[in-house]
Write a protein that binds this ligand. Sequence first.
Ligand code: PYC
Length: 318
Amino acid sequence: MMTGEECCRVRVVDSHTGGEPTRLVVSGGPDLGKGSLADRLGRFRKQHDGFRSAVVNEPRGSGVMVGALLCDPEKSSCAAGVIFFNNVGYLGMCGHGTIGLVATLAYMKRIGPGEHRIETPVGAVSAVLHEGGQVTVNNVASYRTAANVAVEVPGYGRVYGDVAWGGNWFFLVRDHHMDLALKNVEALTSFTWAIRLALREHGIAGDDGKEIDHVELFGPSQIPGVDSKNFALCPGKTYDRSPCGTGTSAKLACLYADGKIREGQTWKQESIIGSIFEGSITLRDGKVFPSIKGSAFVTAESELVLDPRDPLCMGIRA
Ligand code: PYC
């Protein structure tokens, strides 16, 4: 980290998963000490939030960039620990980011094909690196807490959706009049952002009052054999270019609760840009555990320079 007038150098490897970028910090990040990833996230948030902004925000990053701090795992049975962050804060879990992390660790020759456990602030997940380079993330237990919740959205009227957890909190909307096409991204962003603000305004939240900071719209896919297309709004008002791993997990939990998907059945989820994840569920102890399969590709290896003389050293913060 930065000391006095010296520049800080941060090694990162960038990748994208279905179009959604992940910037993995492999060295030069803050020392968060020991303990659970949840505790380390607490220290990251309190003591090093400027580092988060420096890595993902402009001028080094962009609003859409998701950062991932590679950490030593607490348990030796895990291959890695990770804390995901974005332009406005931190993510409990990140599906596309975990696929990016695994593909990057493989690129760096730190892991080979097989199953690897990874610690996150919301629990350990496992990921399988397939021989062909695809990655399946076996996510945390996912569940719906409320179905068909009505919310009055200023300028749009009453909107109905489900509240579900897939590693982050989601409001999932099926019935809407929006055309899920890339050319409509501005209108889709305005609509989903208005939904998010209305949820906050009306106190509609996840467990323990946790804010629902992701909103997803669903519609039919035009690709043969693909079950659904989505638009996923992320907390910092950017949209997920990938089909959103945690969002697809939340969707799978809702489909299961509605009796629309069985254990082992494949659900293909298309993103707003046309990239696809394959999802399925496993049932254990009455809980739904989603698995999400996708591919990621490394796009850059670089060293970020944090110069203390630079007035924008810690990024442009909203
Ligand atoms: O893939 O879970 C995901 C995700 C969350 C936010 C952006 N991507």
